[in-house]
Write a protein that binds this ligand. Structure first.
Ligand SMILES: *Cc1c(COP(=O)(O)O)cnc(C)c1O
Length: 358
């Protein structure tokens, strides 16, 4: 088996695999599951420094984004879609699908969003029910300052939906300080559990807005409200993927016990970027470098496929291409979660150096 150094899914620790394979209770009938589920949700909130409630959903990361939009959007709602990357732009589809009218605020894809520029924009136009923003837009790795952005949005009473799927726990996130309303995460990035689970942390302000809806939510599965009072009623809207949640719980414990996790992500990321430049690669971004993924431009004499294939065949490590407009132009190294360690990135960087020398 090759070593995964992609921008998610990431490698999974042995103890997480073990927890996933343990015997499990019937999640529909055994009350102990309800306690375990709630404890796991609470642990996510705790690791994000908030008392806001977290809901774990049975589905891959995208379900978190779609559920947030489905639960908030009513016919004709104006939604500000902050777009400086592929996931950023992608939110417009969920907004439209549930009857909203997206306003695309599109900025260049090589830089983090400029806060002053956004401030001036909002002074002129701020009639939005909610806004969507991606913390780390993984196809380029650009990291946006969600603390400034969400605080700014909240000054205008605009609810924020934050996609923190590939940043959460690799970058510092304090939800209360950010005043972020719906924060989306998933199992397969920094968390380092297999793909299959999504989760959303919801503020009371957002719950209030959701409770004031005039029309029903146009989905059952992508609907955060169906979890309302699950704990009091000891009832889940569907059979929860208990083994996946057991693995997630262990992975979150690993994060909690790893006091050095943010520092390590930061060091590995700086080392990766510095070395990439030293050996002659051009970083794709100009600003907004994340600690979880690095992206390089494909050099003129090489192709993305050749780089990825050679590193896999010669060194047994898998790095990845990008998506959408970046496909074949950008190659990415994921250094998040279990992959965020100097030894593994050094092997990738040595391999990339060899390619450059030819
Ligand atoms: C990985 C990821 C998701 C989840 O989407 P998949 O590509 O289906 O795994 C959502 N948002 C971001 C920013 C991600 O990196």
């Amino acid at each position: 088996m090759y070593k995964l150094m992609t921008a998610g899914p990431t490698r999974v620790a042995k103890n997480v695999m073990e927890y996933r394979s343990m015997e499990f209770v019937n999640p529909d009938t055994d009350i102990s599951f309800c306690e375990f589920y709630k404890d796991t949700c609470n642990l996510i909130s705790e690791l994000l420094y908030t008392k806001n409630e977290t809901i774990i959903l049975g589905g891959e990361g995208i379900l978190a984004l779609e559920s947030a939009c489905a639960t908030l959007t009513e016919q004709g709602d104006r939604v500000l879609v902050l777009d400086n990357g592929i996931f950023g732009e992608g939110f417009k589809d969920f907004v439209t699908m549930y009857g909203g009218t997206p306003y695309l605020y599109t900025k260049d894809y090589k830089n983090a969003l400029d806060i002053e520029e956004l401030k001036s924009f909002l002074q002129k136009d701020n009639d939005f029910k909610y806004a969507t923003i991606v913390h780390c837009d993984t196809p380029s790795g650009v990291l946006n300052d969600i603390e400034s952005i969400c605080n700014l949005l909240s000054e205008y009473g605009i609810i924020s939906v934050v996609d923190a799927v590939s940043s959460m726990f690799g970058e510092y996130i304090n939800i209360d300080k950010c005043k972020a309303d719906l924060v989306c995460g998933a199992s397969q990035k920094v968390v380092s559990a297999p793909p299959g689970l999504a989760f959303v942390t919801i503020s009371d302000k957002a719950k209030d807005i959701i409770n004031k809806r005039k029309t029903p939510i146009a989905s059952f599965y992508a609907n955060l409200k169906v979890f309302e009072n699950y704990y009091e009623n000891k009832w889940f809207p569907y059979t929860m993927p208990v083994s996946d949640i057991m693995g997630l719980s262990r992975a979150l414990q690993n994060i909690k016990e790893d006091k050095n996790i943010l520092q390590r992500h930061s060091e590995v990321a700086s080392y990766t970027r510095q070395t990439l430049e030293e050996i002659g690669y051009k970083l794709y971004l100009e600003s907004g470098f994340s600690n979880t993924v690095s992206s390089i431009e494909v050099p003129k004499n090489l192709t993305a496929d050749y780089i990825i294939k050679t590193i896999l065949e010669k060194h047994n490590i898998l790095i990845c291409n990008s998506l959408g407009v970046f496909k074949d132009k950008v190659v990415r190294i994921g250094h998040m979660g279990e992959n965020a360690n100097i030894n593994d990135v050094t092997i990738v960087l040595n391999a990339l150096k060899e390619l450059m020398i030819g």
